[in-house]
Design a protein around this ligand. Structure first.
Ligand SMILES: [Cu+2]
Length: 128
């Protein structure tokens, strides 16, 4: 009986990780813990929604900052620069934006957080 329930738990865990829908990443900056979640996992060509959570080191959410998303492909030979900016809109305890990825390959997401005149940047790397 014990073995069977353990097996069930393992199966459920395996199933839920396969079902995990969002791509989530987190980074620490000097001031904040920044978490991002993309609705597409893996990211796709076209529109990908990004939710950003900014927290103080204490865990307190930062809800009144300006959050700019600068997403770009690292410079590549013989390729026009692909560099885009969009402001994220406050959404409860989060900020939300859409990123249109126009090419497969590596993208950098630089999340620029301005609060009280100071700007902090958290960088993330994804593959579309
Ligand atoms: Cu490229």
């Amino acid at each position: 009986m014990k073995k069977i329930s353990l097996l069930l738990v393992i199966l459920l865990l395996a199933f839920s990780s396969v079902q995990a829908r969002n791509l989530t990443l987190s980074a620490r900056t000097g001031r904040y813990v920044v978490e991002i979640a993309l609705d597409r996992n893996p990211p796709i060509l076209g529109d990908n929604r990004i939710d950003i959570i900014v927290k103080e080191m204490s865990g307190q959410p930062v809800t009144e900052a300006q959050v700019l998303i600068n997403y770009y492909m690292p410079p590549m030979p013989r390729m026009a620069p692909m560099n885009f900016r969009t402001m994220a809109k406050p959404k409860g305890d989060k900020y939300r934006a859409e990123m249109k990825l126009i090419m497969n390959g590596p993208w950098v997401i630089a999340v620029k957080i301005s609060d009280g005149g100071k700007m902090t940047t958290a960088k993330f790397h994804i593959e579309a």
